[in-house]
Design a protein. Structure first.
Lengths: 170, 427
């Protein structure tokens, strides 16, 4: 195991997530020898259009973690106001407190070294349940979510069915 | 499964009877590195972190990571009480964990025995009885008690009383033998088949105990820990209240105003301190910051590292983060953050190709003259080489002899001396 701070800290987080996994969340380094790339699976939260889906994502950690936050990218198609069409997640906890590109987040919501992978994934899970349409990463999704909720939900469900390899039911 | 169990972690306690120690250990951890506090420092907003962790955080964005209120490194204070807690806990941890694990294994195997017992009652019980006398139900315990009482009456009554009392309690009050060993005897008994003298604690064969008791002075032997002897107490005087000698404290490094320093001046500064001074300014700046954090954290520590150890840690930083900064330098320094390099390259591909073609044509035209040009360059380099001895005395007169950094190209050394002149003017 590498002796640098970041790998050690990631190791501790791995131990904790392994022994106390939060409900609906699975996360681990893809290769234990390379602790800076993690795979995560998030269950769609209950009573939301995302229910029943399982969303794989990649977490990419910088070498100066935990001073800087990781990057998170969903691997499958996910139609959500705060997820870029390429899968990148736009959420305040993943933004360093220094730069605020959108000028709407309070510093307390943003990344700090005392945050953790677990907290990121829990925040992302609640983001799925409650999109933030103030700074949409996916404008189309944000518009549809605001104006035509039923259509939005249908589209999300279609995406989930597709990702599970099932026929889309009409 | 995370396979590396050498790194202590609160999850080590999970699944043992002492699982509540997991939260104790978490409380003794730094929230930044998730390890037990090393040289804990308290911020002006009363949050505690490892010295190195909080220094790194503050040098990055000047805020407390917990509450985000602004703070300065100079306002950090030692948290001696916390340090002592961690030290004491760390010393006991391995021992406690061993006990907790052995108990966990004991109860597990017992559970398995019990389950097997339910399955095949008659056969199992027969095996159980000879080797597990303490686990059997109350009735046999009573019979042994009366036996031991008879034996007691025939021998020295008064002296043996306490030890018999103990074993009686073990049989009747606690059905769980592990609980007994937990409450009365925190150290596991060595399985050497010997018995401890109830007076002095030295171990001997069972039949030797009675003759020994006749002469036993009652003094505790060294084999048992003398927890309350005054000598021991003196040794473990608290770190928190012992006087620290300020005389041997090393000088802390002050922050530099990087924006006021030229690249060469900064390079010289790094060489002065004795750390690597290569790379672009941004890298040197970060390296100096890291060195300052390492150095000052070591100054805080009650067991400071040697400079060589610190240099090794800086090397680790260089390998992991420093390299990244060096690589990130190129385009990021000039272009805006969201500049689409690929898109720009694509849209201007034709122009670039055209320029390259033109440049090649030119190069072909003056093919032979190029050789001559190269020769003159070499000549210039030789001239610069001859200048080197002139630059050197200047440096030694400054009292700076740089042995750590590799030999530099002569041009850079000239810049060095220039930089120092600028510096002295500024001072």
């Amino acid at each position: 195991m590498a002796s640098d701070v970041a790998s050690k800290r990631l190791w501790h987080e791995y131990r904790l997530l392994y022994s106390h996994p939060p409900e609906g969340i699975l996360a681990y380094p893809i290769d234990e020898a390379k602790p800076f790339v993690w795979e995560a699976f998030i269950d769609g939260p209950k009573d939301t259009p995302f229910e029943g889906g399982v969303f794989p994502a990649i977490l990419d950690f910088p070498k100066d973690y935990p001073l800087s936050p990781p990057k998170m990218k969903f691997l499958g198609d996910i139609f959500h106001p705060n997820v870029y069409p390429n899968g990148e997640v736009c959420i305040s906890i993943l933004h360093p407190p220094g730069d605020d590109p959108n000028h709407y987040e309070s510093a307390s919501e943003r990344w700090s070294p005392i945050q953790s992978i677990e907290k990121i994934l829990i925040s992302v899970m609640s983001m799925l349940a409650e999109p933030n349409d103030e700074s949409p990463a996916n404008v189309e999704a944000a518009k549809m979510w605001r104006d035509n909720r039923a259509q939005f939900e249908d589209k999300v469900k279609d995406g989930i069915w597709k990702s599970l390899g099932l026929e889309v039911k009409k | 499964m995370p396979s590396n169990s050498e790194v202590p972690d609160p999850t080590d306690w999970v699944g043992t009877p002492l699982s509540s120690l997991s939260s104790l250990e978490s409380a003794l951890q730094c929230h930044v590195c998730k390890e037990l506090f090393t040289t804990p420092m308290i911020t002006s907003c009363s949050h505690t972190f490892c010295s190195l962790c909080i220094r790194r955080c503050l040098s990055q964005d000047g805020r407390c990571p917990a509450c985000r209120s602004g703070d300065q490194e100079s306002k950090l204070r030692r948290n001696w009480a916390m340090e002592e807690c961690v030290n004491v806990y760390e010393k006991q941890r391995e021992h406690l964990l061993k006990i907790a694990r052995s108990i966990a294994e004991g109860t597990k195997s017992k559970e398995m025995d019990d389950r097997a017992l339910e399955g095949r009652p008659s056969k199992r019980r027969r095996i159980q009885q000879p080797n597990g006398p303490k686990v059997v139900s109350e009735l046999p315990t009573r019979s042994t008690r009366s036996k031991s009482r008879m034996a007691l009456q025939t021998t020295q009554e008064s002296e043996r009383q306490p030890s018999v009392e103990d074993s009686e309690d073990a049989g009747s009050q606690y059905s769980d033998e592990d609980l007994v060993s937990m409450t009365e005897n925190p150290l596991p008994e060595p399985a050497d088949g010997l018995v401890a003298c109830p007076m002095c604690g030295s171990r001997m064969k069972e039949e030797e105990v009675f003759p020994h008791l006749d002469q036993c002075s009652g003094e505790l032997r060294s084999s048992t820990p003398q927890k309350d002897s005054p000598a021991n107490r003196k040794q473990s005087t608290s770190v928190a209240y012992s006087v620290q000698s300020p005389s041997k404290a090393r000088q802390r490094l002050g922050a530099l105003n990087y924006s006021l320093l030229t690249e060469t001046a900064l390079r010289k500064k790094l060489a002065e301190i004795g750390i690597p001074s290569h790379g672009p300014k941004a890298l040197m700046q970060r390296r100096h910051m890291e060195w300052m954090n390492l150095w000052n954290a070591s100054c805080d520590s009650s067991h400071p590292h040697t400079k060589r150890e610190l240099l090794r840690e800086l090397e680790i930083w260089e390998r992991t983060q420093g390299r990244q900064i060096a690589n990130a330098q190129g385009p990021a320094g000039v272009m805006a953050k969201d500049f689409d390099v690929e898109g720009w390259t694509r849209s201007n591909k034709d122009d670039f190709a055209d320029l390259i073609r033109k440049a090649r044509k030119k190069a072909h035209k003056r093919g032979p003259s190029e050789l001559k040009h190269e020769g003159s360059e070499r000549e210039a380099a030789r001239k610069l080489d001859s200048l080197e001895p002139v630059a050197d005395p200047h440096r030694s007169s400054n009292g700076v002899v740089d042995l750590t950094s590799p030999a530099k190209p002569p041009l850079e050394q000239q810049q060095h001396s220039q930089g120092s002149q600028i510096n002295s003017v500024a001072a």
